[in-house]
Ligand binder design. Structure first.
Ligand code: ADP
Length: 474
């Protein structure tokens, strides 16, 4: 069985969040199950690629409106990641350092999808199934069925994974001109309320779609940034498959990013050593409990609640807890967080930016990770936290609800609070501090969390089963 994962991100080549982690791991675990699973992604001007790029396998040309683009398909050197990676390089469009945020993003991702299908058609490299990830690749199921140039791919099954339904890739209808020529009578499949909506097109046209947790699937039927009706009407082909974590990358026993490696047997010593170093680096007293947040500064992550929550923490638990924040994103949220740091000066460290190495050090050092998300399709931070013997404090939503079991329940692994409000966050923090003072219970819980299995083994097999069911329909 030959599968192509089509994605904008794939760790360690390019990652801005959970999508990168998933696409950097899932194909590897699928290959271990005996299928042939590869990734096709845009080429970025990234250090990892400069070091590991292999040969060029194809060159071609696409027309976008009246602009012609040359493109090439490059392959990662064999054996670097445990699966094949093909990179689409389009000088003038897909040749930049960053993944997102360009004014011509619409043209970039249409060209990406167009070029990769052109290459696959020209080289007879058709897979048994296309697996598309998020809206950046959401036009593929429509293109292969309705574009005149891709007739050779018609009828190939497609799976669409919704990693985040908040972002849908909306573009106005003028952009249809940038697409490869398609049967105009089928244009309605691209449309959602008079706008081209690639995520909606993916849900309409794919053979099956899934979200990255069952909890999130249920929530999308009620609230999906305008697509709830579509998710309900296409419910029969919808699945929930929880993400896993890549044990090769996220393992405190051999993580090269952390100072002291540790296992469940020596977790107290290991975590303490890492915590000492991290606290020293950021001027925090390591004897106090450490509460951390890692993530995008976005409303959906509840990051706007951080500044008022920290203010409240400093009033209610003054000098009893340290807070560490690593993140970037919304500039208003960023300046509120900087402001609170400036006002408090003590018991707080803020690192604005994206730092993969530091994120590992925080998971290994911190006592608690807080996630006040309003929307959380799966959430990986809580899984990494547990793997590193850290206690997650999470809002009861999406994948957090599916993976974190509160202290008052059987087999607990964390602290769950109900609403994305400062009040509920504070009640979570209060319970965390009580737990911290009960070192026997805290250490039992840490040890238990390190032994939980959130590996990809189960979920990779669920995807393979889904592929097989779809292929069997042919
Ligand atoms: P998202 O919605 O952002 O994809 P996930 O929980 O699915 O959220 O995945 C977040 C991933 O991004 C995790 O691997 C987390 O450690 C990482 N991450 C988020 N922000 C940062 C940051 N500022 N620096 C380093 N890693 C980060």
């Amino acid at each position: 069985m030959k599968i192509y994962h089509i994605s904008a991100e794939c760790y360690p080549i390019a990652k801005t969040g959970g999508l990168g982690d998933v696409v950097g791991a899932l194909p590897k675990y699928q290959n271990l199950l005996g299928i042939d699973s590869s990734v096709i992604m845009p080429w970025y001007d990234k250090p990892f690629l400069r070091e590991h790029l292999g040969q060029e396998v194809y060159t071609g040309q696409i027309l976008q409106g009246n602009q012609s683009y040359h493109f090439s398909v490059l392959k990662l050197k064999k054996g670097v990641l445990g699966f094949e990676v093909y990179l689409i390089k389009i000088p003038g469009l897909l040749d930049r350092q960053e993944v997102y945020g360009f004014p011509d993003e619409v043209a970039q991702f249409i060209a990406f999808q167009h070029a990769l299908l052109r290459w696959i058609c020209d080289t007879n490299m058709a897979p048994d199934l296309f697996h598309c990830h998020d809206h950046h690749t959401g036009l593929i199921p429509f293109f292969i069925e309705n574009c005149y140039d891709f007739q050779a791919l018609k009828g190939i099954p497609t799976v669409g994974t919704v990693h985040n339904g908040q972002y849908q890739g909306w573009m106005n209808w003028e952009n249809a001109e940038l697409m490869p020529a398609f049967d105009i009578s089928k244009g309605g499949l691209l449309d959602w309320y008079n706008t081209i909506n690639p995520l909606a097109a993916m849900i309409k046209c794919c053979w099956a779609y899934n979200t990255v947790s069952t909890g999130y699937l249920q929530e999308l039927f009620i609230e999906a940034n305008g697509l709830e009706g579509l998710f309900v009407s296409e419910k029969a082909k919808g699945y929930g498959i929880i993400n896993g974590i890549d044990d090769d990358i996220w393992n405190p026993e051999n993580d090269p990013f952390i100072e002291a490696n540790y296992a469940a047997e020596n977790l107290i010593k290991g975590k303490q050593q890492n915590k000492k170093t991290l606290c020293k680096q950021y001027g925090l007293d390591f004897r106090l409990p450490l509460l951390s947040f890692i993530g995008r500064f976005a409303i959906e992550k509840g990051a706007d609640l951080l500044a008022p929550a920290i203010q409240e923490i400093s009033l209610k638990f003054k000098g009893k807890v340290n807070v560490l924040i690593l993140g970037s994103g919304d500039s208003e949220i960023e300046s509120l967080i900087r402001q609170i740091q400036f006002e408090l000066k003590q018991n707080i460290a803020v690192i604005i930016g994206y730092d993969e190495r530091l994120s590992h050090q925080i998971y290994a050092s911190t006592d608690f990770i807080i996630m006040p998300s309003r929307v959380e399709p799966c959430g990986l931070n809580q899984l990494y936290a547990m793997k590193y013997g850290t206690i997650p404090i999470v809002r009861k939503i999406g994948g957090l609800k599916d993976t974190v079991v509160d202290l008052v329940r059987k087999n607990p692994n964390g602290i769950v609070f109900k609403e994305a409000t400062v009040k509920d966050m504070i009640s979570g923090v209060r319970r965390a501090l009580t737990l911290y003072n009960d070192s026997t219970r805290l250490n039992e819980l840490r040890k238990r969390n390190m032994g939980l299995d959130y590996s990809w083994n189960n979920s990779a097999a669920k995807y393979v089963q889904l592929y097989q069911n779809l292929i069997n329909r042919l």
